[in-house]
Design a protein around this ligand. Structure first.
Ligand code: MN
Length: 204
């Protein structure tokens, strides 16, 4: 079952906030002009990237096993996961052993996005686009820019909805550039995964 757009219940029920440094979060109404996006690199049991888009005061989330691609011909699997609180966009650190999603988390890219979803030639909200299963958006991050589309391909079962993240053809599309491999440091602190792990462990 996919989480309801506005709910953080699934996120909170999976975590013990006495044991994990992740934010507990609450839904907030944001008056900024552009909503935020973040892509976190997450060295959990399996290394993956988490794409999160701010919609209605929470971060609607997808896990990308291979991360994003700038090549419009590479469709990247994106499995919908539980909504995260807005504060999570700047969470970088370690989720302790034994906790949900244990492992190092890096803010790999962060910025704002613009919803450009349409239906029958008319602009629709990100919320409606999410429900329809096709969201188009323009990213303005530190690493990624330009238009992307997320398309739902399957409602999934217990594994969650399956979507595809695809780069749309524009000036930022590239079959050669591969930021996942060439820009490996944090967009927030310029640290590597190893440095984040070392710094966090040292503090404890
Ligand atoms: Mn994750």
């Amino acid at each position: 079952m996919a989480p309801a757009t506005k709910s953080l219940r699934s996120y909170q029920s999976r975590r013990d906030f006495r044991a994990t440094p992740e934010p507990k979060g609450r839904r907030v109404t944001c008056k900024k002009k552009l909503p935020v996006f973040v892509i976190q690199k997450h060295a959990a049991r399996q290394l993956h990237y988490d794409l999160r888009l701010e919609i209605d005061g929470v971060l609607v989330s997808w896990a990308l096993p291979k991360g994003p691609s700038l090549n419009p011909r590479q469709r990247r699997l994106a499995v919908r996961t539980e909504n995260h609180p807005l504060e999570y966009a700047k969470f970088e650190g370690i989720i302790p052993e034994g906790q949900y999603g244990a492992g190092t988390v890096m803010v790999w890219d962060i910025g704002t996005y613009k919803n450009i979803s349409e239906r029958n030639g008319r602009t629709i909200t990100a919320r409606t686009a999410l429900k329809n299963g096709e969201i188009k958006f323009t990213l303005k991050g530190k690493k990624l820019e330009g238009n992307f589309v997320l398309i739902r391909t399957d409602y999934g079962d217990k594994k969650g909805e399956q979507w595809l993240l695809i780069k749309m053809k524009d000036e930022q599309a590239s079959a050669r550039r591969n930021p996942v491999n060439t820009q490996k440091k944090s967009a927030l602190t310029n640290r590597t995964m190893t440095q984040i792990k070392r710094d966090t462990t040292r503090k404890e």
